[in-house]
Design a protein around this ligand. Structure first.
Ligand SMILES: Cc1ncc(C[n+]2csc(CCOP(=O)(O)OP(=O)(O)O)c2C)c(N)n1
Length: 261
């Protein structure tokens, strides 16, 4: 299947969403959008996807809108007073997520608890967790990682959006490479490392990993913060900046060149 058209169209929607409310975290969402497209393509109806890097909520809302789980009218309420679609996902704002996300380092441990509950209930459904490489700095991440292995959570799949940037620095300068493959392998995860923007290959890898039935799984996905918009790519400031009108049109132009299917 060719996902390029979806990747481009959802990026256009995402940019328009952010531009209309003058909001930031654009590059954070562009970094993980392709991972979300792949996850929602692979997950079965009752499986959960937890966006632990909640500051990229707009990317999640965009994929849910694309899938028909969020209506066009509701999608337009993003960031506005009274909306269910706040800048970071709030509790019960969308299907099956009964807790708020955005305080980094919490989606993963909560997801481990849900995966363990599924196993205790003899329910084989997977829990997928998408977290940032910045979140692998958090202490809670390491406790949860050991918990996942000790409880043999073979129904757990974690994707790390490894764009190597945080809000105010490079990940390597903040705490070293806490998303390194060998670290996670040594704990007991089944780990693969791959391009986090190739949706076809992500879909194949997620499906293959699901067949491997003894360990919790991890995909270290190498990504580019701001992917698709040239002037945002790998630029620290686009963690927080909103776009003005000129920047918005320039961003759309970039997509036309980079996703010319
Ligand atoms: C516990 C916690 N501390 C601080 C923040 C503020 N914060 C929001 S995003 C961010 C860093 C983002 O870097 P990363 O987690 O790697 O995300 P990405 O680069 O993928 O957007 C920080 C420190 C937060 N949301 N939660």
């Amino acid at each position: 299947m060719d996902f390029i058209t979806t990747q481009k169209e959802l990026r256009k929607k995402l940019l328009s969403l952010y531009y209309n409310v003058n909001a930031g975290h654009i590059a954070c969402s562009l970094s993980c959008l392709d991972l979300l497209i792949a996850l929602f393509h692979c997950k079965t109806k009752n499986e959960r996807v937890i966006l632990s890097k909640g500051h990229a909520a707009a990317a999640l809302y965009t994929v849910l809108n694309h899938n028909g789980e969020i209506s066009d009218n509701e999608y337009k309420t993003f960031y506005k007073n009274g909306t269910k679609l706040s800048a970071h996902p709030s509790a019960n704002s969308f299907t099956n997520i009964p807790f708020a996300l955005g305080s980094l380092g919490h989606g993963f441990p909560i997801g481990c608890g849900i995966a363990n509950a599924n196993k205790l209930l003899k329910n084989q459904e997977y829990v997928y967790i998408l977290m940032s490489d910045g979140e692998t700095n958090e202490g809670t991440t390491w406790e949860a990682a050991h918990y996942a292995v000790s409880k043999k959570l073979d129904n757990l799949m974690v994707l790390i959006d490894k764009n190597q940037l945080q809000g105010f620095g490079y990940t390597k300068d903040v705490l070293g490479d806490t998303a390194a493959v060998e670290k996670w392998k040594s704990i007991g995860f089944e780990v693969i490392e791959m391009d986090g923007h190739n949706v076809d290959k992500l879909v194949d890898s997620i499906s293959n990993l699901k067949r491997y039935n003894t360990k919790p799984k991890l995909i270290v996905a190498n990504t580019v913060k701001g992917k698709g918009v040239d002037y945002m790519e790998n630029k620290m400031e686009w963690h927080y900046l909103p776009m003005n009108e000129e920047m918005y049109h320039k961003a759309l132009g970039s997509l036309e060149i980079n996703y010319n299917a």
